[in-house]
Write a protein that binds this ligand. Structure first.
Ligand code: ATP
Ligand code: MG
Ligand code: MG
Length: 366
């Protein structure tokens, strides 16, 4: 049997393991949290990511991958040379740091929002004007789900926001007047073969993904997204799978917002789209198993269940179950406001039915 090591044991590792098992692959997850979901379907090494015994166990696997970008460098240094780590340290260095990421995207020939790197007080001078007068200040490291970001409309707001974020290294992005947000996964084998996921349309609420939709068609945007993903995957030497988030401009041009070096929340709908899922694709790409594009075979959408302020406001599970085409996926996590706790995938025979049912489903999830 093949074995796959994962740095991290949260919901992404849980879902990777669930798709690895039928491929004959055993999963070993290194994860400090004793409650994390992957323990239910993987060998759980409950230890810090830098634990020598945990890392030694991962090094015995056929390959190692990760479910989040902030892997300690010590862990990667230990693993590299002992076991294939996919994606590797070079790619992760780009994707975990927003300023370096934007520079590396542009070097690869992909457009991004206008940006200014903010590392000291003097970098603030004139920065907002250079990105168009309105922007979003983001910490360069450790942000997710909209955390570590402040919208700014004036120099004074920019200075206040930088103080508020702790004067850590940041990037100031110009506000992009996007017409919609889309994302696309790309996988690349160690031999350089490429495969792509579907182009998915995403809607965020308070900086957190709320819904993703794949309704087929949209060939032009999908072709453009695949071309940009190919450039970045090749320039960055991707091995394994990564996901690009895009802003679509009014003229149809796609800018890359950011890159996740892994499966992505917007790709969860591939679990129930009838084709292989993004999780199966990552397992295949990382272990060198046969790989192809992982587009769904029919219309499919996803709604996230995120903890809301009022803990008693639960999704109406019975009604969700009764809606045709729903598939519930829970993460075995304790409730916390703003935390992703699960998602519901929704399939339909056509795009129109999907949109109608999606409205019903959304009403059932606070
Ligand atoms: P995650 O990693 O969970 O996707 P994040 O914390 O890394 O989120 P971003 O993807 O940078 O955050 O931003 C979250 C959302 O905020 C974007 O999907 C988009 O809706 C909005 N946003 C971010 N940057 C910009 C921008 N420059 N212009 C307009 N909207 C933006
Ligand atoms: Mg992000
Ligand atoms: Mg994002």
């Amino acid at each position: 049997t093949l074995s796959l090591g994962i740095l991290g044991g949260g919901q992404l590792a849980q879902m990777l393991a669930l798709d690895a098992i039928p491929l004959g692959v055993r999963v070993v997850a290194l994860e400090p949290d004793p409650q994390a979901g992957a323990r239910l379907c993987a060998e759980h090494l409950q230890a810090p990511y830098t634990d020598p015994q945990g890392l030694a166990r991962l090094a015995e696997c056929d390959a190692v991958t990760l479910e989040f970008e902030n892997v300690p460098v010590e862990a990667l240094e230990y693993l590299e040379g002992r076991v294939p780590v996919r994606p590797g340290a070079g790619l992760l260095a780009h994707s975990k740091h927003r300023a370096r990421e934007k520079e590396a995207l542009r070097a690869a020939g992909a457009g991004t929002a206008d940006f200014a790197v903010i590392e000291s007080e003097s970098d603030l001078d004139g920065a907002l004007a250079r990105v168009g007068g309105q922007g979003i200040l983001k910490t360069s490291e450790l942000g997710y789900d909209g955390k570590g970001q402040r919208r700014v409309r004036s120099e004074a707001e920019l200075r206040a926001a930088w103080d508020d974020l702790g004067r850590v290294p940041c990037v100031l992005e110009g506000l992009v007047p996007f017409v919609r947000e889309v994302s696309l996964g790309v996988a690349r084998t160690a031999q350089g073969e490429l495969a792509f996921g579907p182009l998915v349309e995403n809607v965020h609420r308070s900086g957190i993904l709320r819904t993703s939709v794949y309704a087929g068609a949209d060939q032009k945007a999908a072709a453009q997204a695949r071309e940009l993903a190919r450039r970045v995957a090749e320039a960055w030497g991707l091995e394994g799978l990564m996901t690009l988030e895009f802003f679509e401009l009014p003229n149809g041009e796609l800018l890359v917002n950011e890159v996740a070096p892994r499966v992505h929340n917007s790709g969860h709908l591939t679990q129930d789209g009838g084709g292989i899922s993004q999780f199966g694709a990552q397992v295949r790409a990382v272990l060198g198993l046969p790989l192809s594009d992982w587009k769904p075979l029919h219309a499919v959408a996803m709604v996230n269940w995120v903890g809301v302020e009022d803990e008693t406001a639960q999704p109406d599970w019975d009604a969700i179950d009764a809606l045709p085409g729903t598939h519930i996926h829970l993460y075995h996590k304790a409730w916390r406001s703003g935390r992703k706790l699960g998602h519901v995938n929704l399939t339909a025979p056509d795009a129109e039915t999907l949109r109608a049912r999606l409205e019903q489903l959304e009403a059932l999830i606070p």
